[in-house]
Design a protein. Structure first.
Length: 279
């Protein structure tokens, strides 16, 4: 009986030892499988990406991050998933991936590219600037960051160009609102919007009209010195503009448009012909 109990105890202890050794072996095999799974997942993601199945490709790239989050493949896979979504115009999905990338991999060599994709993803979602400024503001923020933090990159050059376009959009929105207030005879709110264009968007095509409206409103409110100031500013920078001529008419009620004499017209015509010979 004692021997029987001893035998049972021996078998039990031996079983525990065997199980322990077996578990370690399984763990090692599992680690090897993880690496192989990572490689397979990335290759499969790349294959599906080239086929055009972006959603499945992104799923496989995300698997790589989960399997080996500390490896060099993790940020690469994150960026591939983001680019896949961007290339198929799924901008919201691309933005989610890219925001995660710039948050997790701040020191990655391709961080400037990630910020650029993030900026253009927001930029490409600008639909109606008169109703929603959200995408414009976010795009402007990321493009500004690119110009400031990565000035010597190709991304920064394109960012500068797109910032100019964004300024035109924002200036137009201000002009649209200002003109609305003007139509409703709400002079002060209108004036504040026109001033914002002058102060913040003076390189846009809307600056001339904004200056004219400030001449018009200040004159209407009896602020003659202010009206003259904006007329001078308009004339100094945009003397040939129709808006300057209209401003001058407000300040000088006796103003008459100069008539070009026949001789002067002939002279200009001759000059044009000479100029054409050299073009």
């Amino acid at each position: 009986m004692k021997f029987h109990n001893f035998l049972i105890l021996f078998v039990f202890i031996f079983g525990l030892i065997s199980c322990s050794e077996k578990k370690e072996k399984i763990s090692l095999i599992k680690e090897d499988n993880l690496e192989m799974q990572m490689i397979d997942a990335y290759n499969e993601g790349l294959k599906e990406f080239n086929r055009g199945d972006i959603f499945f490709a992104a799923k496989k790239f995300n698997e790589v991050e989960l399997l080996y989050p500390q490896s060099v493949w993790a940020p690469r896979s994150n960026l591939m998933a983001a680019y896949g979504y961007y290339s198929q115009l799924y901008f919201a999905d691309a933005i989610n991936e890219l925001e995660r990338f710039v948050s997790k991999y701040k020191n990655h060599p391709d961080i400037d590219y990630a910020y650029y994709l993030l900026a253009v993803s927001h930029y490409n979602q600008i639909v109606d600037e008169k109703k929603d400024l959200g995408e414009i503001v976010k795009a402007k923020s990321y493009f500004t960051l690119l110009v400031k933090e990565y000035p010597n990159t190709d991304f920064a050059e394109d960012a500068k160009y797109k910032l100019e376009l964004i300024h035109e959009i924002l200036a137009y929105k201000e002009l649209y609102i200002a003109n609305y207030y003007l139509d409703k005879e709400k002079w002060i709110p209108a004036m504040n919007r026109y001033k914002k264009i002058v102060n913040q968007y003076d390189t846009t095509i809307f600056i001339e009209e904004a200056l004219y409206r400030l001449v018009e409103l200040n004159y209407k409110l009896g602020l003659l010195d202010e009206a003259k100031k904006y007329t001078v500013l308009l004339g100094y920078n945009y003397r040939s503009s129709q808006w300057y001529e209209k401003s001058y008419k407000i300040i000088n009620e006796k103003y008459k448009k100069p008539v070009i004499s026949k001789d002067l017209k002939n002279q200009k015509s001759l000059l044009k012909k000479i100029k054409d010979l050299f073009e």
